[in-house]
Write a protein that binds this ligand. Structure first.
Ligand SMILES: NC(=O)c1ccc[n+]([C@@H]2O[C@H](COP(=O)([O-])OP(=O)(O)OC[C@H]3O[C@@H](n4cnc5c(N)ncnc54)[C@H](OP(=O)(O)O)[C@@H]3O)[C@@H](O)[C@H]2O)c1
Length: 331
């Protein structure tokens, strides 16, 4: 089958079309004919992991070390990127009960990747669900990662209508989903992003946008009931100043100081809490996300589509200032 491989870490050009053997199905696996996949943060980091320093990695150095070992120290162990997919079930293992050949599905393979290929084997109990009927394969393939992660992060806050939320990293996969989910619950949303993506964040429904390249977040003097920091770039010194009494700070990425703050914030005077939240690897949330998409409450914003064979060009585009929204690869 056709796939895109990378055999060394490096720039987009390391992604090369190749022929590889199709996957072998286990008893509970579905063989998905991939119709579309995507480019997101995980693909970009995994492609150049050899050049990603512990400082650049948005997690403590010990986790960088473990991730580097797991991805491959000097070259990638697993040469096929792609963590999101939408496609059709082409075959099922003998023990599969939930899906049949022909079903349209979408899903997320996480760090296991493997979706930059014509076929993908995934367990029927993994993060997979029937595709939203009102989305194309390309639109469906850019939804799962950001939506699942934002959905699980926001479960850790009280989403009452009228409460104020600050989303730092509102133009990325997780943040753009968080903006939509927070608006759906009636929150007043302030999104933080850079200049080229201000209009995009506004188009998602954000009430206010702060451009982090032009002003520091705390300069606005505003305070919030919930702060969600996607990349962990907000200075930790600002955290108590930004929160209302009993406010909660959700850290999707963290370094050692966040861990210490999470520990000490439990005894903070005004009841502020810093929570480090990891979305569970295995969830059934894609069914819930499909319901929101089909009800028109959650939209897939597709910026640009490339053929799979042009994965390198798609990665180059994803790393440019021009991007605003999801980037899909048509297989
Ligand atoms: N907790 C979990 O369960 C979980 C799960 C998966 C991933 N993660 C973590 O989530 C992060 C990736 O998130 P993503 O996929 O949404 O990334 P993404 O699509 O690359 O988006 C990154 C966002 O951060 C913004 N940003 C960049 N530099 C910034 C700065 N200095 N100050 C403020 N905002 C800044 C970007 O804005 P512009 O593009 O406009 O510059 C963009 O909105 C990684 O650190 C990953 O480890 C956490």
């Amino acid at each position: 089958m056709k796939a895109i491989l990378y055999k060394t870490y490096g720039p987009p050009e390391v992604l090369q079309p190749a022929e590889i053997d199709p996957p072998v199905l286990k008893d509970h696996d579905l063989l998905v004919q991939v119709r579309a996949t995507s480019v997101n943060y995980g693909d970009l980091i995994a492609r150049r992991f050899g050049q990603v320093s512990p400082r650049e990695f948005n997690m403590p150095a010990a986790l960088w070390f473990l991730a580097r070992l797991s991805f491959g120290w000097s070259r990638p162990r697993q040469p096929v990127l792609g963590s999101q997919f939408a496609g059709e079930v082409a075959a099922v293992g003998p023990s599969v009960t939930r899906y049949k050949v022909g079903d349209a599905v979408y899903g997320y393979t996480g760090a296991a990747m493997r979706a930059y290929a014509e076929y993908l084997a995934v367990s029927e109990t993994s993060e997979i669900a029937r595709k939203p009927a009102n989305l194309s394969f390309e639109e469906a393939a850019i939804v799962p990662y950001g939506a699942i992660t934002a959905y699980n992060l926001l479960k850790n806050a009280d989403l009452q209508p009228g409460r104020k939320i600050l989303i730092v990293g509102a133009s990325g996969s997780i943040g753009s989903a968080a903006v939509q989910l927070a608006k759906m619950h009636g929150l007043e949303v302030t999104g933080v992003c850079s200049t080229p993506r201000r209009a995009y964040v506004q188009s998602l429904g954000a009430d206010h946008v702060i451009d982090y390249t032009r002003e520091e977040v705390r300069q606005s003097g505003q305070t919030y009931d919930i702060v969600l920091d996607v990349l962990g770039r907000l200075p930790l010194a600002d955290y108590e100043e930004l929160l209302n009494p009993n406010g909660v700070f959700l850290a999707a990425s963290f370094k050692l100081p966040h861990l210490l703050k999470a520990f000490t914030s439990r005894s903070a005077k005004q009841g502020h809490a810093l929570k480090i939240v990891m979305a569970p690897e295995k969830t059934n949330d894609l069914d819930a996300i499909r319901a929101l998409v089909e009800a028109g409450q959650f939209k897939s914003v597709l910026d640009k589509t490339f053929p799979l064979a042009e994965a390198a060009a798609a990665h180059r585009y994803a790393e440019s200032d021009a991007r605003a929204g999801g980037i899909a690869l048509t297989v």
